[in-house]
Design a protein around this ligand. Structure first.
Ligand SMILES: [Zn+2]
Length: 244
C-alpha cells in the first residue's frame, strides 16, 4: 500500500515537469511570474526600467482604474497581485502576462502621442490577455496541434511559443483571434471603467496611421486598418447602448 502510494507520488512529481500532464492556470501563472521577474531584472540591470517617474505614475493610475473595474467584472482577478512597470527599451511595446504582469514601453506610447484614453485602451487590451487566460489557451492549443510537445518540459514550450518559428506559424491564426478578442474585450472593459468609446477607438486610428502596411496582418497582430474599423464599429455600438 505504502509502496503504491510512493510510486504514485513519484509519478506525479515527474509528471508535473512535463507539458503532457493537464496544464493548469496555476502552473502558467507561476511560469509567467518567473519570466516577468527575469525580464524586469534584465531591464533594471540596463537602467531601462521605470526611468521616467511621471510616465510610470500615469500608467499606474490608468491601470488602477482598469484593475478596479476588472475586479468587479471578472471576480477571479480580484485577488491577483498585479505588477505594473514601464521601460525605455524601444524594442518593448507592451504586454501583460498571466496573472497580471504588465510592462508598457514608453517609446511606443510617446511615438504614438497617446492621450489618457488611448493609453488606457492599450493597457486594457494587454490586461485582457491575462483576464482571458490567453497564455494557458495558447499552450493548450500548441499541445493539441503538435502533441510531440507533450513529451518535453513545460519551460521549453513557454519559450517556444515566442521563439520557435515552426510552432509560431502553426499558432498564427489562433493568436490573431486572441488579439481580436483582447481588442474587443479591452475596449469594453475600459468603456465600463468610464472612458468614452470613441476616445478609446482613437488608439487604433493612431496605430493604423503610424503603420507602414496598415492593410496587412503582421505575424502577431491583425491588420491595423481592420482593428481600427472593428474598434470604430464597437465604439458606435457602445455609444448607442449608452444613449438608450
Ligand atoms: Zn495583444
Amino acid at each position: 500500500m505504502l509502496r503504491a502510494l510512493l510510486f504514485c507520488l513519484a509519478l506525479l512529481a515527474a509528471c508535473a515537469a512535463y507539458a503532457a500532464c493537464a496544464l493548469t492556470q496555476g502552473q502558467v501563472v507561476a511560469g509567467a511570474e518567473r519570466m516577468y521577474r527575469e525580464r524586469i531584472a534584465a531591464l533594471d540591470a540596463r537602467s531601462a526600467l521605470d526611468g521616467d517617474a511621471a510616465f510610470l505614475q500615469r500608467v499606474r493610475q490608468l491601470a488602477q482604474r482598469l484593475i478596479q473595474r476588472a475586479a468587479a467584472d471578472y471576480p477571479q482577478t480580484a485577488g491577483w497581485t498585479w505588477d505594473i512597470h514601464t521601460t525605455s527599451d524601444p524594442e518593448e511595446n507592451a504586454f501583460c502576462m498571466a496573472g497580471g504582469k504588465i510592462l508598457i514601453g514608453q517609446r511606443f506610447a510617446t511615438d504614438l502621442h497617446l492621450d489618457d484614453a488611448e493609453l488606457a485602451m492599450l493597457i486594457s487590451h494587454e490586461m485582457q490577455h491575462a483576464i482571458q487566460q490567453h497564455n494557458l489557451k495558447e499552450y493548450q492549443e500548441a499541445l493539441r496541434i503538435d502533441p510531440s510537445w507533450q513529451q518535453r518540459p513545460f519551460e521549453e514550450l513557454e519559450q517556444a511559443v515566442d521563439n520557435d518559428n515552426a510552432l509560431m506559424r502553426k499558432l498564427a491564426a489562433f493568436n490573431l483571434a486572441q488579439e481580436v478578442e483582447a481588442d474587443r474585450e479591452g475596449m469594453q472593459l475600459a468603456w465600463r471603467a468610464g472612458w468614452p468609446a470613441h476616445g478609446l477607438a482613437n488608439y487604433f486610428k493612431k496605430l493604423a496611421r503610424a503603420s507602414a502596411s496598415p492593410n496587412f496582418d503582421s505575424r502577431s497582430h491583425p491588420a491595423p486598418a481592420r482593428r481600427w474599423q472593428a474598434a470604430r464599429e464597437l465604439a458606435h455600438q457602445l455609444t448607442v447602448i449608452k444613449a438608450d
